[in-house]
Design a protein around this ligand. Structure first.
Ligand SMILES: [Mg+2]
Length: 467
């Protein structure tokens, strides 16, 4: 696949890092670096007292500054270059329970025309499914208006990957519900998406145990293009049959349920010759080569779309997430390579820079709140940003990612940590490992703090009110 040819010529700067990995297509959007900022970059609390008074006034007294658009929301000029990114689990709900005030707060932000996205490391399902579950848990009856097109899952940036990869490559997709992930991969445009169940059905010797075949792996499809997973008998032969299956990318979309099968299959591909299942690379362990010869023979790239070690449920002890699966894979890899070569992989999801770049780009081009007449053709007018507030409960993903992200347009990401989720101070760890700009009780207080930081004299009561 000619990734380099496509990607070296036409990508916007904010996507170059993904381009180097050979997976992102040209978007045709204006480069972020070209944005002429109207305001200079300021630190939080950097506004002058005069600015603060003016902004507060624009909210409290001058309704003529608030322009109504066709959808009933209003764009408050005081917040025109401010946006929010909300984590979902542990911020807007915990388990099945919505956080008190989350619904009213979102309605107010929409009413004020503030831009916001939901940036979650959840995955394995369609973005619309997350919209539905979020709406249900916080009690929203009109999720389209408040939530539509704003949810960014850990694997959502793959929607923007190179069409060449999608059209011509074969990807192994694994997730908590592999069949659901396959359907979603097809919607993203991946023409050939294979699941571990497909491989198991094509060659039962791949995993010589029967568990889960009647449940998790009961749904499978024939391998694409009539390919076979049983065509190779000598793993070192390079006389590879034409019907042998070749995998080009491995996509771990969220925490798998059958770790043992998935670790086995992913291992097999990472030690293979060029991604042909059932082969072994002769370069493995050759210390004269980079990385001691491991992953040096055209093996598929490994993408992990969520690095969270744990996540929060109703259970008192945090539960393992996809990051735990990755650590298990790393442990097996260290044993296989005798510690000679670190596992090479690419990450999506927070705190990955790729994910924050994608979210920033979405916010820059989000114009559902812009009056129809002011939108450019196709509805993708670029609206500059000065500051984005990331509200999260996980210091190691939400906070770390926001702290380390420096968008090319000079906008500033601030991190706000809430106490309703993963982060709980302990005697052993009284402070978060990654320090946020501020720690507050919940998401409502987070928004109040942020808007006050922008100079608005707002309160919880105002944020939760309908007017
Ligand atoms: Mg969370």
């Amino acid at each position: 696949m000619a990734h380099g040819r496509v990607l070296s010529t036409c990508l916007a700067p904010c996507y170059r890092s993904l381009a180097r990995a050979g997976v992102l297509r040209c978007r045709g959007a204006a480069p972020v670096a070209d944005i002429a900022l109207k305001t200079t970059r300021r630190r939080a609390f950097g506004s002058s007292s005069r600015e603060l008074r003016e902004k507060a006034s624009s909210i409290e007294h001058d309704s003529t500054l608030v322009g109504e658009n066709g959808t009933g929301s209003a764009i408050n000029p005081a917040f025109a270059d401010v946006a929010f990114a909300f984590d979902i689990d542990g911020v807007l709900y915990k388990g099945q329970e919505g956080i008190a005030g989350a619904r009213e707060m979102l309605q107010k932000l929409r009413q004020q025309g503030l831009r916001y996205v939901f940036l979650t490391n959840g995955g394995g399902a369609h973005e619309n499914a997350k919209v539905a579950s979020l709406a249900k848990r916080i009690g929203l009856e009109n999720p389209e208006y408040i939530l539509k097109d704003r949810v960014i899952l850990s694997h959502t940036p793959m929607r923007g990957w190179d069409e060449d990869v999608k059209n011509n490559g074969t990807v192994l997709v694994t997730a908590s519900q592999p069949e659901t992930a396959r359907q979603l991969a097809r919607e993203y445009g991946f023409k050939r998406a294979v699941t571990p169940a497909d491989l198991l059905a094509a060659n039962g010797h791949i995993y010589p145990f029967a568990h889960l075949r009647d449940s998790l792996h009961k749904e499978f499809s024939p391998l694409p293009d009539g390919k076979s997973a049983a065509a190779i008998s000598d793993p070192y032969s390079r006389d590879i049959p034409s019907d042998a299956l070749k995998i080009d990318q491995i996509l771990v979309w969220n925490d798998p349920r059958d770790w043992s099968l998935d670790i086995q299959v992913i291992h097999d591909l990472l030690v293979s010759h060029r991604g042909y299942l059932g082969t072994l690379s002769a370069k493995n362990g050759d210390r004269t080569l980079a990385n001691a010869g491991w992953q040096q023979d055209g093996q598929p790239d490994l993408w992990i779309s969520n690095l969270d070690l744990v996540w929060k449920t109703e259970y008192p002890v945090n539960r393992f997430g996809t990051g735990a699966f990755l650590d298990a894979l790393k442990g097996v890899w260290a044993a296989v390579t005798e510690g000679a070569a670190p596992l090479r992989y690419q990450a999506l999801g927070k705190p990955s820079r790729h994910t924050y770049e994608y979210a920033h780009d979405r916010l820059l081009h989000y114009d559902a709140d812009v009056p129809e007449a002011e939108r450019t053709q196709g509805g993708k007018r670029l609206r500059p940003l000065r500051r984005v507030y990331m509200v999260g409960d996980n210091p190691e993903s939400d906070i770390r990612g926001a702290n380390e992200f420096a968008p090319r347009d000079g906008a500033q990401w601030e991190s706000i940590l809430v106490r309703t989720g993963v982060f709980q101070p302990t005697v052993a760890e009284p402070a978060p490992r990654y320090q946020p700009t501020v720690i507050v009780d919940d998401v409502v207080d987070a928004v109040v703090w942020a808007l006050r930081n922008e100079g608005a004299d707002v309160s919880r009561e105002w944020l939760l009110s309908k007017h």
